[in-house]
Write a protein that binds this ligand. Sequence first.
Ligand SMILES: [Zn+2]
Length: 777
Amino acid sequence: MEKKSVDVVTQDGRKPAPAKPPGSSVNPFVNNNMEGSQQKLTFEEQIGHRKPSKVYMAILIVLVLATIAVLVPLVVIVLERNELAKEVAELKSAHTPQTCTSQQCIKSAAICLDSMNRDADPCDNFFEYACGGWIKQKVIPDDKSSYSAFTVLREQVEIKCKELFEREGKEDEAKPIISVRNIYKSCLDLDRINERNSEPLLDLLVTVGGWPVLGNLTGGNWDPTTFHFETLWALLNGKYGSDMIVSSWVSVDDKNSSSHILKLDQPSLGLRSRDYYRNVEFEEERAAYLQYMVDIIVELGGDEAAARSDMSDVMTFETAIANMSIPKDERRDNEKLYNIFTLEELNAAYPQINWTLFYDLIMPDKVKPILPTERIVNKVPLYLKNVTEWLVRQDNRVIANYMVWRLVNGMVSDLGQIFIDIRQRYLNVLLGTSSTPARWKRCVIEANNVLEFATGRMYVEEYFPAIAKEKTIEMIGNLKIAFKAMLETNDWLQEADKRVAAEKADQMRIDVGYPDWIMDDAMLDEKYKGLDFVADGYFENSLLYLRWSKVESLSLLRDVVDRTEWTAGPAVVNAYFSASKNRILFPAGILQPPFYHQDLPWYSNYGGIGVVIGHEITHGFDDGGRQYDKDGNLVDWWSADSVVKFKERAQCIVDQYGSFVMPETNENMNGVQTQGENIADNGGLKESYKAYKDNVPDEPLLPGLNLSADQMFFLTFGQMWCSVYRPEGVTSQILGGVHSPGRYRVIGPMQNNEVFARAFNCSPSSYMNPTDKCNVW
Ligand SMILES: [Zn+2]
């Protein structure tokens, strides 16, 4: 089952996106690469043994001198003692306070050195300079389409969770914690899952009225005479969260951020982006997707020729939906996505669907009645018009085959190995991955996704130091001040807009580490009421979760928005900004090296988590976030002149990033689709540097690197984004992602940063220091 999550460093707080796939585990201190290990060992030995060996020499000298002293005049002894004093002074100067020699400094210095390519010119390609060593030492795990410093940390968190979930439970544990161990156990029990094979899915298909393609087989009990679109749609979406043809959900009302509202949008697609259906070059991906559907049906007992014929129709059907969908680039103006229809108006505008019936079937009793005056946000009027007019002309068998396929696709990974392998063959073509993740990893990620606050409690109790929260809050305060100071010197924003922007920054809510209530058993029980997982029914656990989470979210419709509610679990390596809550959130999982450590100098912490904080703050003022006010309402608070200037500046970023080419595929990046993230990256780096300079005195440097504090600030930032991609991973990221690949998350902001150019003494003609710089915030 895939849980919908809002993920901001990798997937921002805009539309819910599926949880990220898992990965394998490598501790950066234990590199597979011999060269890497040796560098590290040599380095540690130098630090560890230099002093004892000199002391040993000194003691020898003393002993020899003492012997001689019996025989020679006092003057000689004094002379020799002077020699000894010189030796001791030398020893001391080798460890002046100019160098930080705490354990963490030594560890971090070793990782920095190991990750760098010191032969590269930082002014020529800073990504290569910061990450060249890392890239050389990393092999992308078979189950991943890319690998990054972020993934490495995520894997460390997964290992910790594995141990926590596998521990023997205590007698008086809170029910949700027992549930964590149960769902983890049920997921790990592959023997039992294989034994049941396709049986639980076929049972499910029977209950939803059958999958036409299965014909006379079990699960093929489809009856064309009783087929009814709204009923099937409400059943699949309301009970199992399947997303098809039209997306429907409840979330915060963009124009009244204290209440919830019903929303409609175009749906997600089987292949990640609409381009896969439309562009000539993706024929192989489309063929793999079709083959995947056919193979699943054959494994369920279906006939291959019939499956191919039916699923070809399904492919045509979904391609039409892709063609009608509005491209991502044209979905960045939130005003255009906010179109209020009453239920009555919806029925009048799109009479092909009985909307009243749909909402009556899907909404929980708690929020009924849904009256004709009920207000609904229609994000895509044109798409809805086109798709509803088109839908009535389609064959019911194709519609039903497609709808049930969407349910099946969501459940395939919860079946036995045969099904997992079929899906893997398709993912191999789409993402270049050649194997599935280790079972335990998949199960850890799943448990962490579905019971994020129970797993978060387990993680925080064991691994989160209180001081990390304290220090992060202090840094956020400094970053906010820096942002406001930068507003003062800003030369393009109107004065009145500056004041409103400063207020918005002031009022931005901050959350760090974990929400306190998770430490209270009763509150944890209350949160997960009705979500009791069993240890021996993995498929049933999945279904229970899908139903529970859909009902939970629909039930919010009449509730006042809880601004304090966490939208992410604590055991997560990520950070978040929410426009409608005007809030930034930093889970416990990201508050550790390489982002943060209390024993590291501040230039490292500001170059790491500081820039992440700045990134999230700047999201409040990127092309999307700027459309919301300090209370999270979609309100235009900008003067016309400021908007023109903002757009000019944003266009500079769009053009700059749009000209970047990924070496793996020679593809250009999509500057429009990634502009919000790029604006946040650029602003975040500048704000964090300013906060660092304004608050931190000189500090000792890291040993062995021979880099200044400023240089270390930028190196720490650069190394956050060390990454390697498969060609398929690059394509998928460019087509579907809102973030730039790591390479350009480093190069882009650095090219625009004058302090960086000064810190590394880059000449104006160098690649990393172009004369024309983009500057939004
Ligand atoms: Zn972001």
